[in-house]
Structure formats: structure tokens, C-alpha cells
Design a protein around this ligand. Structure first.
Ligand SMILES: CC1=C(/C=C/C(C)=C/C=C\C(C)=C\C=O)C(C)(C)CCC1
Length: 369
């Protein structure tokens, strides 16, 4: 690690005209891609802005995900096999911010990566691991909802054992993928303004390029297709169910099958649509810029600036803030328990947990949350 003197921003260190790449301490110089030599060090103001943004995101994510874990594990009603995926997502997002935000702030304070090569590799490994586990937790949640809503009674119910097995498989595979750059398939190197580390997307040989392509198949395209598949069928099933209800009511010559049921089902449908769209959109929004950066690097299709790359990396981390809000706060029972245990944090309209409709609908409303 570089000696911890008072922060010296790169361009102040050795006079003028040094590049961004030359701003890093000598022990990590070998990890810097020649691409970064064409850039001057970033304006100190940007380190302050990025540090402030990541601190706000970090505090929100750590507290939000801690509350989600606490609420979901402390309430018996919420300790279901399906909710293990939600807790796992919160845990992974918590770890993501716990390991990512202090280094970005510390290195930002010094204006470059001061934590040495090993910590850079560890930082990249954690970013990759928790990013991967979060994405796959969301995929498991989406697929579980698909099973509950679309397959309904025909499905094999999710047990604690099968939930644990799925989660262990996800952690194992993501762990292997995150470790591979440490064993020579690509590598973790400083990126952007040199205050974060990620995969070496400027590597020119196909051995290293192939890691990003194959890894993105596992960590981006497969979850994306699974989520789209799941929610497409969920929306179709809900729409078909509502249509059948309306037709049945028409046959019986009543406005609706049961008083206020139409309203309830509409609310559930809208809620499902909102949760589905929000989940997919947030996942997309957060990781797509970082994926584009990685692809632009390997295919040399875009001139990546230090600012755009560090923003892409921070934006991906921002996903760890959104998930507790989307998955946690839209859960009717979660809201009730939150109101009971932390009344000052409870917000939004209270929703009935047990409704007067069929069991299947109850499952829909629970799964939607
Ligand atoms: C997780 C995704 C990808 C890979 C990300 C990696 C290798 C991240 C490493 C480090 C950090 C710190 C990231 C910070 O945000 C792809 C390959 C880019 C595809 C999308 C998902």
C-alpha cells in the first residue's frame, strides 16, 4: 500500500503533464493498461462528487438491506422458502456496498488506487461475485413467481432444501467465475479514474476477451432472458385469469363475481405489472452501462473516458440500493412487520394480507411483492 501521506492528487504530485496512468503508485503500475496513458488525471472535484454519491448510496444500501434482512428473518410469517431468495439478495447487496463503498471513498480521497495490487484484485473479485449473486437472486425470485403464478397447483412446492440448494449452486458458480481472473482468465485491474478495479476490458487477445463474453452470457444474458420469460408468462396468466373472471361474471349477469373483487384483481394486476417492470428496468438500467463499457473495451467500439467508466461502475453498484425498496417495501406482510417493529420507517398504504379471493390470488399478491 502507498504511504499514507496527506492526499496528493496525481497532477500535483510530479509537476504538470503527467497522465492518469502515471498517477498510480509504482507497485500497481504494471496493472495499468496503456490506454489510460492518453488521459490526464481527473479533476479533484470529480473525486469529491463521486465520493459523495457513493457515500449516500452506501449508507442507503447498507441500512436498507440490513432492515430487509432483519424484517424477513425476524418474522415467522416471512420465513418462507421463497423469501430466502429475497434475504439472499439483500445479503449480497449489503456485501456489495460493504466491500465497494469504503475503498472508492478512501482511494477517491487520495485521488488514485492506494490500496495495492492484492486489494485491487480482491475489490474486483467482490464486485463481480456480489453483482453475479444479486442478479441470480433476482432471477430465482422471478422464476419462483413464474412457478407460483403460471404453474399454480401443478408445480412442486418450493421447499427450504430446494431453495438452499439453488442458492448454494448460485454462490458456487458465481464464486468460480469471480475467482477465474485470479487464475489467469482475464485479470482485475484499476479502471476509470483509478479509484476502482474491474476486469481488464482493454486486453487485446482473445483469451482475455473471451472471459468477458462468456461471463456476460452467464451473468447478464441468461438472467435477462429468464426474467423476461418469467414475467411475460406471469402477465399473460394474470390477464387470462382476469378475462375469465369477467366472462364468468357476464354469464351470470352480474357486474362482478364478488363485490369489489374486480377492484382488487385490478390492483393486483397493476401491482404485478409495476413490480415486474420495475425489477427488470432497474436491473437493466444498473448493469447495462457497465456491460456496454466492458464490450466497448474489448471491441474497441467506443472511446471510453475515465469519467464514463467510473460512472458506469458506480451506477452498477447503485442497483444495491434499489432492490430493498422494490422487493422489500412492496411486500404487504413486510410492510406490516416493518410498521410493527420500526413504525418510524413504515410508509405507504397498508394492504390487506389475507384477501377474500382464492388461495391462488393470495399467492399472486404475495409473490408480486
Ligand atoms: C456482473 C456483470 C459483469 C461483470 C462484472 C465484473 C467483472 C465486475 C467486477 C468488478 C466491479 C467492482 C464492478 C463494479 O461495479 C459484466 C460481464 C460486465 C456483465 C454484466 C454483469
Amino acid at each position: 500500500m502507498a504511504s499514507l501521506q496527506a492526499p496528493m492528487y496525481a497532477h500535483m504530485r510530479s509537476g504538470q503533464n503527467i497522465s492518469l496512468a502515471e498517477s498510480v503508485p509504482p507497485e500497481i503500475m504494471h496493472m495499468i493498461d496503456p490506454y489510460w496513458y492518453q488521459w490526464p488525471p481527473m479533476e479533484p472535484m470529480w473525486f469529491g462528487i463521486i465520493g459523495f454519491v457513493i457515500t449516500v448510496l452506501g449508507i442507503m444500501s447498507l441500512s436498507g438491506n440490513f432492515i430487509v434482512m432483519y424484517i424477513f428473518t425476524s418474522s415467522k410469517a416471512l420465513r418462507t422458502p421463497s423469501n430466502m431468495f429475497v434475504v439472499n439478495l439483500a445479503f449480497s447487496d449489503f456485501c456489495m456496498m460493504f466491500t465497494m463503498f469504503p475503498p472508492v471513498v478512501l482511494n477517491g480521497f487520495y485521488g488514485t488506487w492506494i490500496m495495492g495490487p492484492f486489494m485491487c484484485e480482491l475489490y474486483g473479485l467482490f464486485g463481480s461475485l456480489f453483482g453475479c449473486v444479486s442478479i441470480w437472486s433476482m432471477t430465482l425470485i422471478a422464476y419462483d413467481r413464474y412457478c407460483v403464478i403460471v404453474k399454480g397447483m401443478a408445480r412442486k412446492p418450493l421447499t427450504v432444501t430446494s431453495a438452499v440448494v439453488r442458492l448454494l449452486i448460485v454462490w458456487l458458480i458465481c464464486g468460480i467465475w469471480a475467482l477465474l481472473p485470479l487464475f489467469g482468465w482475464n485479470r482485475y485491474v484499476p479502471e476509470g479514474n483509478m479509484t476502482a478495479c474491474g476486469t481488464d476490458y482493454f486486453a487485446k487477445d482473445w483469451w482475455n476477451r473471451s472471459y468477458i463474453i462468456v461471463y456476460s452470457m452467464w451473468v447478464y444474458f441468461t438472467p435477462l432472458l429468464t426474467i423476461i420469460f418469467s414475467y411475460y408468462h406471469i402477465m399473460k396468466a394474470v390477464a387470462a385469469h382476469e378475462k375469465a373472471m369477467r366472462e364468468q361474471a357476464k354469464k351470470m349477469n352480474v357486474a362482478s363475481l364478488r363485490n369489489s373483487e374486480a377492484d382488487k384483481s385490478k390492483a393486483i394486476e397493476i401491482k404485478l405489472a409495476k413490480v415486474a417492470l420495475t425489477t427488470i428496468a432497474l436491473w437493466f438500467f444498473a448493469w447495462t452501462p457497465y456491460t456496454i463499457i466492458n464490450y466497448s473495451g474489448i471491441f474497441e467500439s467506443m472511446h471510453l473516458s475515465p469519467l464514463s467508466t467510473i460512472c458506469g461502475s458506480v451506477f452498477a453498484k447503485a442497483n444495491a440500493v434499489c432492490n430493498p425498496i422494490v422487493y422489500g417495501l412492496s411486500h404487504p406482510r413486510y410492510k406490516l412487520v416493518l410498521k410493527e417493529k420500526m413504525p418510524c420507517l413504515a410508509c405507504g398504504k397498508e394492504e390487506p394480507v389475507t384477501d377474500s379471493r382464492t388461495m391462488a390470488t393470495t399467492e399472486i399478491s404475495e409473490s408480486a411483492a
